[in-house]
Ligand binder design. Structure first.
Ligand code: AMP
Length: 420
């Protein structure tokens, strides 16, 4: 299918060309036509599928046609990084439309945002907390809103934003188009969709989608040896950009420093950083001045870096959903990637859940030449890291059909693992 099938304005087609998109991705093929018809859409798609442009293009088309000035479209996103990325997508695809977009999130000066809003914007991309601040202070006027997008809705639920979202929705026009995107469909989101979407068209990328090609491998290891194993894996593997996940902020920070000491261009991204530092780490990872980024799940939400060849789960994620989200960082937009997961004996039940979701056993790898004997010393890696309270993970009682469909879209390809 061609983008021309959508009959978008030439100004928007120019944006698509500038972005370098040659044909629509499967989620775009499915979601753009109903969204252009002003229908509500529930998009079941994970990050990396092209879901952002799937809502950005119909919004640009709709807003281009009417009056410019009041806020007519609002996108709510769970993290600052995702909000920034979506803002950037509006800027790239809408560069010739004259439509103005503002991003609104906490951790930065509110006055600058107020100034921008006062000057007049057509689209607001916001995180829930700061948006509510603006709504309460009446520094944003949403009375002309025509389109609402809830992006990565499942992650907003995980992060405890549901009450804020409900408050926002109560204060915006009822007569509007609503688009909701989520990688998974937990009960809270299912209920929300019933409450806020009007006879939605449901679209999803099925498991034959050729987008994501990720190879999975498990590295059984003693907790105390993980850092050594990571260094060995990195030294033996041909990688582009590498994203390493740890369970806690502290571990992310410490591992980032250890990698730097070992000579790698590495940075860490975790919740304790100031917005400037986060942006610096992200920009550095994006422009490849950092080859390795060590991050926690929440901090990594919304990272869109196209050349991530490897996602390494230094600590296994707590849920199969989180595994799906993490590996969605590699193999993006038709590229291929590898997902390595370091596992200890206690991780076995989770590994089995992940394998169930993938529908196949994941290969266990041993690195030749690596000394697997646990060190007798007081290594701080030894204790299993505890979750941090602000990471509001929820254990799922039953496997979710959505996760299965999403994760199954990761196709097998010949392994590009560390040399054994
Ligand atoms: P998303 O799932 O929206 O985070 O998009 C993942 C990546 O795919 C981003 O880097 C987009 O710029 C890219 N992308 C989106 N649509 C297309 C397309 N039609 N062709 C090629 N790349 C795309």
């Amino acid at each position: 299918m061609e983008f021309s099938t959508f009959n978008l304005h030439t100004e928007i087609a120019a944006g698509i060309k500038a972005a370098g998109y040659t044909e629509p991705t499967p989620i775009q093929v499915q979601a753009i036509p109903p969204a252009l018809e002003k229908k509500d859409v529930m998009g079941l798609a994970q990050t990396g599928t092209g879901k952002t442009a799937a809502f950005v293009l119909p919004i640009l088309q709709r807003l281009f046609e009417g009056s410019h000035g009041p806020v007519r479209a609002l996108v709510i996103a769970p993290t600052r990084e995702l909000a920034e990325q979506t803002h950037e997508t509006f800027r790239t695809l809408g560069r010739r439309t004259g439509l103005r977009c503002a991003s609104i999130y906490g951790g930065v000066n509110i006055k600058t945002q107020i100034k921008k809003l006062r000057a007049g914007v057509d689209i607001v991309v916001a995180c829930p907390g700061r948006l509510l601040d603006h709504m309460n202070q009446r520094t944003v006027n949403l009375s002309n809103l025509e389109v609402l997008v809830l992006d990565e809705a499942d992650r907003m639920l995980d992060m405890g934003f549901l009450p804020d979202i409900k408050k926002i929705i109560k204060q915006i026009p009822r007569s509007r188009q609503t688009l909701l995107f989520s990688a998974t469909m937990p009960d809270g989101i299912r209920k929300l969709t019933k409450d806020i979407l009007q006879t939605p068209v449901t679209v999803q990328v099925d498991h034959t989608a050729p987008l994501n090609t990720v190879t999975h491998a498990l590295y059984p290891i003693d907790q105390s040896l993980k850092t050594g194993l990571l260094l060995k894996v990195l030294s033996k593997t041909d990688t582009e950009s590498v994203l390493v996940f740890t369970r806690t902020k502290h571990r992310a920070k410490r591992l980032g420093v250890q990698l730097q000491k070992a000579g790698y261009r590495a940075a860490s991204l975790q919740g304790n950083l100031s917005q400037n530092k986060r942006q610096e780490a992200l920009n550095g990872f994006r422009d490849r001045s950092y080859q390795i980024l060590v991050a926690t799940d929440i901090a990594a939400r919304g990272i869109d870096v196209s050349c991530i060849s490897h996602v390494i789960n230094f600590d296994i994620p707590d849920t199969t959903d989180a595994y799906t989200h993490r590996i969605g960082r590699t193999g993006r937009a038709a590229k291929t990637g590898d997902a390595f997961t370091f596992i200890t004996r206690e991780d076995e039940p989770l590994v089995r859940s992940i394998e169930r979701v993938l529908g196949e056993k994941i290969e266990r790898c041993t690195l030749e030449g690596f000394d697997y004997k646990p060190a007798p010393s007081r290594n701080t890696d030894t204790a299993r890291p505890q979750r941090e309270p602000q990471q509001q993970w929820k254990k799922k009682k039953k496997p979710m059909s959505w996760t299965s469909a999403a994760a199954l879209s990761y196709k097998k390809k010949p392994a590009r693992k560390a040399a054994m």
